[in-house]
Design a protein around this ligand. Structure first.
Ligand SMILES: NC(=O)c1ccc[n+]([C@@H]2O[C@H](COP(=O)([O-])OP(=O)(O)OC[C@H]3O[C@@H](n4cnc5c(N)ncnc54)[C@H](OP(=O)(O)O)[C@@H]3O)[C@@H](O)[C@H]2O)c1
Length: 240
């Protein structure tokens, strides 16, 4: 059963992480809330357990490292600026785990995880002047640190924490992507159990970076009641 998979939410005490952890736990997953601060993680776990009337073992507050060690699937819900420190700490625990990147940079950025050689290699492949998406940066960084191919996927970057709480009533398209079809199937199965009425859209790699650039805009427009037709980005006004 897909719910047998244990899930860590790194940054699980934050807005997006907590909302996501609540939905995962309510859908039957065992969830580890990861934080740099153990007591913050434990407080968050208790709040979720109480709010959702769940059994105590369903949500566990942990350090980020313990959460990554304990889980099979790791959601990253931390700011882009925190990524390097977090990956440096967790990298060796991520080699055989599936990662789900939920990170959206707040501003246009130069890649901070890649060295000049990696960036040149990326550009020789994708074209001069091109910059990697956050997901591609994580992939190349972890591959170099661990000498393993990361099991990397991404989802929910356009979904505000305010909408995650709608759970079964969440009907927005969820944009997803990843490197392996096997891991994509696992990700899509999880999302289907948590958000059964959302449309799941798989984004081709050539669009990852540009989609990341408009995630905040999509989130904002959606909260204003604008319906977004996924990849062709046509907008239809809906009643609020
Ligand atoms: N908010 C949304 O609606 C939304 C929607 C989609 C995607 N996202 C993405 O999800 C990520 C988190 O957003 P958020 O709104 O949840 O932010 P947030 O409320 O600030 O939470 C992020 C968590 O990351 C951890 N963190 C913060 N600074 C850190 C640092 N320097 N090093 C390590 N960990 C750090 C903190 O956890 P501890 O202090 O407990 O360690 C914090 O609780 C962002 O990349 C954002 O773009 C957010």
């Amino acid at each position: 059963m897909i719910q047998d998979r244990k899930i860590a939410v790194i940054g699980g005490a934050g807005l997006e992480g907590k909302a996501l952890a609540s939905e995962l736990a309510s859908s039957g997953y065992k969830v580890y809330i990861g934080s740099r601060n153990l007591s913050r993680a434990q407080d968050t776990a208790l709040k979720i357990l109480k709010a959702r009337s769940l059994d105590a073992e369903r949500v566990v507050g942990s350090t980020n490292l313990e959460a990554a060690e304990a889980a099979d699937i790791i959601f990253l819900t931390i700011p882009y600026e925190a990524l390097k420190d977090t990956l440096d700490q967790l990298a060796q625990n991520l080699t055989d785990k599936q990662i789900v990147d939920v990170i959206v940079p707040h501003k246009l950025r130069s890649p901070t995880l890649l060295n000049t050689r990696q960036l040149e290699r990326y550009r020789s492949h994708f074209g001069p002047g091109k910059s990697p998406s956050v997901t591609e940066e994580i992939y190349l960084y972890l591959q170099e640190c661990t000498q393993h191919r990361p099991r990397l996927t991404a989802a929910l970057k356009t979904i505000s924490y305010k909408r995650l709480g709608l759970s079964k009533d969440m009907k927005e398209p969820i944009l997803t992507w990843g490197y392996s079809s096997e891991d994509m199937q696992i990700l899509l199965s999880i999302l289907r159990t948590v958000f059964p009425n959302a449309e799941l859209v798989e984004v081709p790699q050539m669009y990852w970076r540009s989609v990341e650039g408009v995630c905040e805009l999509i989130r904002y427009l959606t909260l204003q009641g604008v319906k977004i037709e996924a990849l062709n980005f046509s907008y239809n006004q809906t009643k609020q």
